[in-house]
Design a protein around this ligand. Structure first.
Ligand code: SF4
Length: 451
């Protein structure tokens, strides 16, 4: 989601005549989009911003800004320790970043023309208020050389109150975009060559529940999926992340009659222990989570399921942890993102007794990762020798001379071929080897296209 928000801001700068650079030495404005989910991420962002202050010595006009969740939760306090910081912009104000930065930059450049010795201190603009309709502002995309897939933000905020999470404070209450706006964004992406869209929301399956009506027993989210499905040229639809709350039969059924829905869900479980789920304030039991996974596998037999799990939550006993390990083995996830619990300021879990030592968290992290990796590697190895339909996404990030794409189950496949000809194509790829997490294969080309 942060990536999508950053893209929106970058596109506004591009529209305003700026060029996006990945090299901070070239930049006239440096913006850090921050995450608050883990303390480590915040510390990294603060450290990075501190170090980057040195660019002012070479280029006194450089504008520095924080955006996103940490900006939202810390606000003005950020100016105290970072004297060169100019703007702090919250999660509902991404659309205003360009104006703030551009105004500061233009005024600095003008003043420097009069007096080259001018030294600039931080401007200290802080805008973290709520903004009505901010969910409708994340809609533009940066044109890319090769683009087969794109993220589409369909809502903002979350009404849940998980005890470890700061998102409800930083992103506000759930607000969905109108279906018509989302459809026109998807059609625009299709016109630029995009073949796969991933619909994004904090709890994506609850999209529109407070704004839009159910129709024929179908939730607004399923209505949206049906309408995106009708867009010709869009070949695959993904969404992330769903929550067990509101994961109803209409969504399970959608996987039986909407073939463009990819055979993969990323479905956060967080813990396999009911006791811990309750402490986490996740309002479902493990049995319900398993039931949804099983119904989904019946609806779509080749479905891959990945998940998020937190280990070392306050009060987690060895038995609670083993319940999680057993659940992972039972559900045979295709992959899991395992997080060691990290205390977040201003969350109820941070105040709970029985915080576990880092050594226990690390031990459990390693034990669970071993199980997860064994399952993931076995599943990928089983694909060697099969032919998979892969959406080619263009040159591979790790080795530009090869191409990369994903199967419907979201497994990465590397193969040789022409980026101009193959990007955006659904190709049959014969899988020849697996390194555990990445598959390698060869396109099965018909005799005409082979030449
Ligand atoms: S569902 Fe829970 S973890 Fe996810 S964003 Fe909402 S409060 Fe945070």
């Amino acid at each position: 989601m942060n990536q999508r928000d950053s893209e929106q801001v970058a596109q506004m700068f591009t529209d305003g005549g700026y060029t996006v650079t990945q090299d901070e030495f070239d930049a006239d404005a440096i913006l850090v989009n921050t995450c608050s989910v883990r303390d480590q991420a915040e510390q990294k962002a603060l450290g990075k911003m501190g170090i980057m202050g040195r660019h002012r010595q070479r280029k006194p006009h450089v504008v520095y800004g924080f955006m996103g969740c940490m900006a939202q939760s810390r606000g003005e306090e950020l100016f105290k320790n970072i004297p060169h910081l100019d703007v702090v912009v919250g999660t509902q104000k991404y659309h205003k970043v360009f104006r703030y930065v551009d105004d500061i930059l233009q005024s600095r450049i003008e003043r420097r023309m009069d007096d080259l010795s001018t030294v600039f201190k931080g401007h200290e603009i802080c805008d973290i208020e709520e903004e009505e309709d901010s969910q409708n502002t994340i809609k533009d995309h940066i044109p890319k050389d090769y683009q087969a897939s794109a993220f589409v933000s369909i809502m903002q905020g979350c009404n849940m109150k998980c005890s470890y999470c700061i998102v409800p404070d930083t992103r506000g209450r759930e607000r969905g975009r109108p279906i018509s706006d989302i459809l026109s964004e998807v059609r625009g992406l299709r016109d630029k060559g995009v073949r796969e869209v991933t619909l994004l929301g904090q709890i994506v399956n609850l999209y529109g529940r407070t704004e839009f009506e159910k129709v024929d027993g179908k939730s607004p989210f399923v209505q949206l999926l049906e309408q995106v499905h009708e867009i010709e040229g869009i070949e695959r639809i993904r969404f992330t992340s769903p929550h067990p709350i509101g994961y109803r039969q209409d969504l399970i059924d959608a996987f039986t009659y909407l073939p463009k829905l990819a055979s993969h869900i990323h479905f956060p479980m967080q813990s396999g222990s009911d006791r811990i789920l309750k402490l986490m304030r996740r309002p479902y039991k493990n049995e319900r989570f398993i039931e949804i996974c099983e119904k989904m596998k019946t609806a779509r037999p080749d479905l891959a399921i990945t998940t998020d799990i937190i280990v070392g939550f306050p009060g987690e006993t060895e038995q609670d942890f083993q319940d999680t390990v057993n659940c992972v083995k039972q559900l045979e996830f295709d992959n899991c993102f395992v997080f060691r619990y990290s205390q977040r300021k201003d969350t109820p879990a941070a105040e709970m007794e029985l915080q576990l030592p880092e050594s226990v968290k690390e031990e459990r992290n390693q034990e669970l990762l071993t199980v997860v990796n064994q399952l993931a590697i076995a599943k990928n190895n089983a694909l060697v020798g099969t032919t998979q339909q892969v959406l080619c996404e263009g040159p591979s990030k790790t080795k530009q001379s090869t191409l990369s794409g994903r199967t419907s189950q979201n497994k990465i496949v590397i193969f040789e071929g022409s980026p101009e000809r193959m990007t955006g194509q659904l190709l049959d790829i014969k899988i020849e080897s697996s390194t555990g997490f990445t598959l390698y294969g060869t396109p099965v080309l018909d005799p005409v296209s082979a030449h």
